[in-house]
Design a protein around this ligand. Structure first.
Ligand SMILES: Cc1cc2nc3c(=O)[nH]c(=O)nc-3n(C[C@H](O)[C@H](O)[C@H](O)COP(=O)(O)O)c2cc1C
Length: 320
């Protein structure tokens, strides 16, 4: 187990709630942290930039007062996701705000940058970079990331194509720092399986869409509850990068999920609907394959308590 000091003894379950574009907000992050897992959100969810200042102020002060009131069961630290891509014109301003609030964990996606990793280390935080293959994993560590998020096949949003069994084992063979396993995890047994494979933490996204705190429309939450692995479509049409989406939203946008055209990766655009009029993330709903076990919309804390009970039961069953 490779546990950074900043997380040591602070998590009740080895889980991160992953950042979800549009959907993650302070309510969800606070519920996740108070329930003992790392909560996170993409900086770009706070618009304009001044709202990021407000959100960070709210999250840090609320967690501080929660920890004062609950010294025996303090909240887990939180994380901010930065899209390190040339299209993100807010990166410098958003990083300055992360420095102002000394954000404990920064999750970087779509580009690894040495200066970003150095800056996070400078204020005492850690940086975790999400990757879909070994080439990007090596690059991220060379550029100074503290740890790796291995985004395997079946993950919601931009997903890889590798099986987690191969991906985690190969990564662990050369990297002894923190590894997070991402893709289709939605049960406590899945969390334990990620650890058994060699990861330190499970990284869970789609299952949190069906929580009361998530900033998603009711029909999206309901579609997560009603859908299963077979209702997930892998396509690069909507953003230029391959990702997993709910079939229902593709049909509702007037498209045939079984005959989607390929997109041109040189025209990568994270907000448009590629060749269609539907907007990715807003109309075309991201989701991973693990949602078959999501049975109802409920408070995040209730879902995390279930994960915890399942994790303990799986451990007891396998380890005695
Ligand atoms: C709707 C949606 C939005 C996402 N937005 C982001 C994002 O803004 N930044 C990011 O790094 N990852 C994003 N992801 C990917 C997740 O962080 C994570 O890798 C994924 O949800 C894990 O797989 P799972 O959904 O099967 O649990 C998104 C995923 C979904 C489903």
């Amino acid at each position: 187990m490779s546990e950074p000091d900043i997380l040591k003894g602070k998590l009740r379950l080895p889980v991160f709630g992953s950042p979800l574009f549009i959907i993650s907000n302070p309510d969800l992050v606070l519920a996740q942290c108070k329930a003992g897992i790392v909560g996170s959100f993409p900086a770009l969810n706070a618009r304009p930039v001044s709202q990021l200042d407000e959100w960070l102020d709210q999250i840090t002060s609320e967690l501080e007062s929660y920890n004062r009131a609950n010294p025996d069961a303090p909240a887990a630290p939180f994380a901010v996701n930065q899209i390190v891509h040339r299209s993100n014109q807010r990166l410098e301003e958003d990083m300055a705000l992360c420095e102002k609030y000394k954000v404990p964990v920064v999750i970087t996606s779509l580009g690894a940058r040495e200066d970003v990793n150095q800056a996070v280390k400078g204020w005492g935080g850690i940086s975790l970079h999400d990757v879909i293959n070994q080439k990007f994993a090596h690059k991220a560590i060379e550029k100074g990331a503290t740890g790796l998020i291995c985004v395997a096949a079946g993950a919601g949003g931009h997903a890889g194509a590798l099986s987690p069994f191969g991906f985690i084992a190969e990564t662990r063979s050369w990297f002894d720092g923190p590894i997070l396993c991402s893709g289709s995890i939605s049960t406590g047994g899945g969390v334990l399986a990620a650890q058994a494979m060699g990861a330190d933490y499970a990284y869970i996204g789609s299952a949190f869409i069906a929580t009361e705190e998530a900033r998603a429309e009711e029909a999206y939450k309901q579609a997560i509850v009603e859908s299963s692995a077979e209702d997930i479509v892998y396509s690069n049409l909507f953003t230029g990068v391959h990702g997993n989406y709910l079939k229902k939203s593709i049909i509702d946008a007037g498209l045939d999920p079984d005959n989607l055209p390929e997109s041109d990766p040189s025209k990568m655009d994270f907000g448009s609907g590629g060749g269609s009029k539907a907007k990715a993330w807003k109309d075309i709903w991201g989701s991973g394959q693990g949602i078959g076990s999501v049975q109802k919309i409920r408070p995040a804390a209730e879902y995390i308590a279930q994960l915890s009970a399942e994790y303990d039961a799986a451990k007891a069953r396998l380890c005695g």
